[in-house]
Design a protein. Structure first.
Length: 326
């Protein structure tokens, strides 16, 4: 399998965290995981690039590095009130025209909007900047409560940590759920975070903080093979079903039933990647009862069939991979 080249375009003063989001997912080699990405950093004027953290980083590659990029990452743009350098805009537009995937993290969305790449298309950014983005670029369809949006050729994320969500999502789309889960485990974080970003935009008073759903989520995840219902989750949490539904909507942005289905489909993805089990057996193991039900639910969520997904991401299809059990 060919190595996918990811190039981050840094713009002074560079946010170190947004850059680290991409570097952690695409640039760090991990034991037992095959090399799927090559990661590089470039800037308009090579040399010392100031950062928001008070130190300079040395970047040796210029904008020509984008000519060979399969994915271009814009890890934030701090001077969004200024016109972007024409050379930077031109380089990003050229990369997009030749087929590179363009990814913006947080305020990096403003650069893509200025380049005209988001006209009449969906995009997101940090919730604090969403109104500004919408006001300055009325042709962009801004979604302020979305953690990330993937349009295949273009992807944008909300602020800071949502950049990790987006990068893991792209790794999952490129190489399957088990590959992304392996990276996430090393980063000690969930491979897929639920809900929207507005749940983080305002803090409720301490005496009104909702009770964490973590215990019930862990309990349900360990029992996906059982015929769990929303009433079962509510009984385990010792609250009414309506109260559970409100907590799921407030904390995760989805209903309990939708969350449960998502976990079952993701568990099916991992089994399709890592085992040769028949689809019927996988359906029973993840609590979807039959192959027909699994195929229907799987197609509705993943937009492909279990068989096609296994052909794309099943480890035995790649022959040399041995990382799936790590």
């Amino acid at each position: 399998m060919s190595v996918h080249r990811v190039v981050a375009l840094v713009l002074p003063p560079q946010s170190t965290f947004e850059l680290a989001c991409a570097a952690e997912v695409f640039g760090v080699r991990r034991p037992g995981l095959p090399r799927r990405y090559e990661f590089a950093v470039c800037t308009e004027h090579p040399g010392a690039v100031p950062t928001l953290a008070g130190y300079d980083m040395l970047v040796s590659e210029d904008l020509t590095a984008l000519n060979a990029a399969d994915t271009v990452v814009i890890p934030g743009w701090q001077r969004r009130e200024e016109a972007a350098p024409p050379a930077v805009i031109d380089a990003v537009q050229q990369a997009h025209r030749r087929g590179a995937r363009i990814v913006a993290i947080c305020s990096g969305t403003f650069l893509l909007a200025e380049a005209g790449l988001l006209d009449h298309r969906r995009a997101t950014t940090h919730w604090r900047l969403a109104g500004e983005l919408e006001g300055r670029f009325p042709d962009v369809r801004v979604e302020p409560d979305t953690l990330y949006i993937d349009l295949n050729d273009m992807a944008t994320s909300a602020g800071t940590a949502a950049g990790i969500d987006l990068c893991l999502h792209l790794a999952r789309a490129d190489h399957g759920a088990a590959y992304a889960a392996h990276i996430a485990r090393h980063m000690v974080m969930p491979p897929h975070r639920e809900g929207g970003q507005l749940q983080y935009s305002t803090a409720a008073p301490a005496d009104r903080q909702p009770q964490s759903l973590a215990p019930i989520l862990d309990w349900a995840t360990e029992r996906l093979h059982e015929p769990l219902t929303v009433d079962d989750l509510a009984a385990q949490a010792k609250i009414a079903s309506r109260t559970l539904a409100r907590r799921f909507a407030g904390q995760l942005g989805v209903s309990p039933g939708r969350w449960l289905l998502q976990q079952r489909v993701m568990a099916a993805q991992a089994l399709l990647e890592e085992t040769d089990l028949p689809v019927e057996t996988i359906a029973v193991r993840v609590g979807l009862s039959s192959a027909a039900n699994l195929r229907r639910r799987f197609h509705a969520m993943v937009r492909t069939t279990p068989a096609a997904y296994r052909r794309s991401f099943g480890c035995r299809e790649h022959g040399t991979d041995s990382w799936s059990g790590v």
